[in-house]
Structures are given as structure tokens and as C-alpha cells.
Design a protein around this ligand. Structure first.
Ligand SMILES: Cc1cc2nc3c(=O)[nH]c(=O)nc-3n(C[C@H](O)[C@H](O)[C@H](O)COP(=O)(O)O)c2cc1C
Length: 301
């Protein structure tokens, strides 16, 4: 049997999840490939018995480069895939969103899983509510999930359709379902900060170009190209050692306490279900010290 996991991961949480699922599948089938999303274009997925696709939740859904990846797939009628995600406080309908798009390609999504992970956003404080995640016990469960996916895909292929268990919207609050629609690719450029490169600070190290998952930056162009296209991951700004990628974060910083109040409701509900454990004291979050301020301080120290 042949399996592959395709993963998009920027800060390593989804990659950790992918590796443990891979371990589980390999325990059943002796091996399972693991491929980064950026290397997966043009792969012959029809030749695999099982495919896993995983990414972080961005704005309650899959990042736009993952959407593009799914939309570029050929028809894969009847092929068994599973989806997975890592996320911060409220993943929203990310798994359902991926499953719906894969179904349009004829794929059967036979299962899904997710873990909480630490989150780094320039306008949010850090530590955050999910700092300390993913937990080892959640990653252990991911390994078991991998074993289940391998076994179930064989059983489903031989007719046990009752084992098909696609993701659902259970426990996903209405506001997060609305965010999936409201924070669309068309709307994001209108509401997100515009980036500029401060030429006096830029040392032309090229890290931002390397980190951009959609080739949206060219610092040697005149004028330099930035955010063309953009998936609003902010990796360029987060990775710049000179803080030379500038944006006005003030509007988003102002929204943080309100957003965090909603996140706390989700996390407390998850905690009550036994799905989440606080590793930081939620009352210790410092909204006056967002990550972009911490980054500037670090640079100047
Ligand atoms: C731009 C951006 C948007 C995010 N949006 C959400 C979100 O809507 N819901 C959520 O729970 N976490 C969100 N997060 C947190 C990430 O999903 C989380 O940190 C994830 O584990 C990162 O995965 P990675 O380490 O594999 O890159 C967001 C993070 C970034 C950088």
C-alpha cells in the first residue's frame, strides 16, 4: 500500500502533527512519504492508496496557497484522503473547507484530525492562550489516527463505507463560520495592512523572499515587489531581522482584546470537553505588548 502526506507548515506545528501521523501510517504499511506542499505540485496522487493533506488554520480556513493547491488538482474520483490542521484558539471550519474542496475533485475524505499549536501574529501578544501546544499527548493521538487512517482506507476500499468519517462543523461557533466567508481572498487586501520595505533598514538578506510561500516578494525589483500575491501569513514581517518590513498594525492591535474574548469562550468550551488544556494563565496575556513591538525591542537591544 502506498501513502503520502502533503503538509504546509511555517512554524512547525503542523509539521509535528504530520510526522506523527506519518509514523502511525508507517507502523501499518511500513512506509509513508512526507512532502512539503511547495514540492507537491504535479505529483501523481492517483497512484497513492491514501493521501493526507495538512496545514495551519489561517482566518478559520486553509491558507490561500493550500486552496490553490487543491483547486489545481486533477479529478481524483474515489481516492481516499484525510485532512488535518494545527491551529490557535479557534480553528473554525478549516477541515470542512478543505474537505468540501477535495470532494469537488471526486476525493473521499475518510477522516480528519487537528491539534492546538502556539501562534505568532505581529498584532497579537505572545505568549498567547495556546502557547505550550501542541502537547505530546495530542501528538501521540495523531500517531493512533495515522494507524486508523491506514486500516480504514483498506476497509473502505473493500466496501465498508460506514467507516468514512468526514469533518463536521460540530463545536465551531457561528462567528468562526462567518469569518471563513468574510475573510475571503477578495476582502483581505481591503482590510489588511499594506506592507512597505524600509530601504534604510533593509540589508538585502533575502530572508523575506525565502520565507514567502507564494513568491510574493522581490527585493531587487525597482521598486521592490511585496504582497504580490499575499496570503497574509506575515512571515516576511516576522522573519525580517531588521524589522524593515513595515505595516500599520494599530487597527488589528486594537481589536485583539475583543477577539481574545471570543477565543476564550471557545477554549473554555474545549477545556470543558477535555479537548484543551491551558499551559499559560489566561489572565497573564499582555495586550500592551504585541509581537511586532517585542520584535522591535529585540532588534534594538
Ligand atoms: C496569519 C495567521 C492566521 C491565523 N489564523 C488562525 C485562525 O483563524 N484560527 C486559529 O485557531 N489559529 C490561527 N492561526 C494560528 C495558526 O493556525 C497556528 O499557529 C498553527 O499551529 C501554525 O501552524 P504551523 O506551525 O504549522 O505553521 C493563525 C496564524 C497566522 C500566522
Amino acid at each position: 500500500m502506498k501513502a503520502v502526506i502533503v503538509v504546509f507548515s511555517q512554524t512547525g506545528n503542523t509539521l509535528k502533527l504530520a510526522e506523527r501521523i506519518q509514523e502511525g501510517i508507517a507502523a501499518e504499511w511500513s512506509e509513508c512519504e512526507l512532502v512539503a506542499l511547495e514540492k507537491a505540485d504535479g505529483m501523481d496522487f492517483a497512484s497513492y492508496d491514501l493521501v493526507g493533506l495538512g496545514c495551519p488554520s489561517f482566518y478559520c480556513k486553509e491558507p490561500f496557497n493550500v486552496t490553490d493547491f487543491i483547486e489545481a488538482l486533477p479529478r481524483l474520483d474515489g481516492k481516499n484522503w484525510f485532512v488535518f490542521a494545527s491551529h490557535g484558539c479557534e480553528m473554525g471550519p478549516v477541515l470542512v473547507s478543505m474537505a468540501e474542496k477535495l470532494a469537488e475533485k471526486g476525493v473521499t475524505v475518510i477522516g480528519s484530525t487537528h491539534v492546538y499549536g502556539d501562534a505568532f501574529l505581529p498584532f497579537y501578544p505572545h505568549p498567547t492562550y495556546t502557547t505550550g501546544h501542541p502537547l505530546e499527548k495530542d501528538l501521540d493521538q495523531a500517531c493512533e489516527f495515522g494507524k486508523t487512517m491506514a486500516k480504514n482506507s483498506v476497509a473502505i476500499a473493500s466496501g465498508q463505507k460506514e467507516l468514512i468519517d468526514p469533518p463536521t462543523l460540530e463545536h465551531i461557533p457561528d462567528w468562526a463560520q462567518k469569518d471563513r466567508v468574510n475573510l475571503s481572498r477578495e476582502i483581505m487586501p481591503k482590510i489588511m495592512p499594506k506592507f512597505t520595505i524600509n530601504q534604510d533598514e533593509c540589508i538585502q538578506c533575502g530572508l523575506c523572499e525565502d520565507q514567502c510561500p507564494v513568491d510574493g516578494i522581490d527585493i531587487s525589483a525597482d521598486p521592490p515587489k511585496i504582497q504580490e500575491p499575499c496570503i497574509y501569513c506575515f512571515m516576511c514581517a516576522k522573519s525580517c531581522p531588521e524589522c524593515a518590513i513595515e505595516a500599520d498594525w494599530s487597527g488589528l492591535v486594537k481589536m485583539a482584546p475583543g477577539n481574545y474574548a471570543r477565543y476564550l469562550v471557545s477554549l473554555k468550551a474545549a477545556e470543558a470537553r477535555g479537548d484543551f488544556q491551558f499551559m499559560v494563565d489566561p489572565d497573564s496575556i499582555n495586550f500592551d505588548d504585541p509581537m511586532h513591538v517585542q520584535q522591535a525591542r529585540k532588534k534594538n537591544s
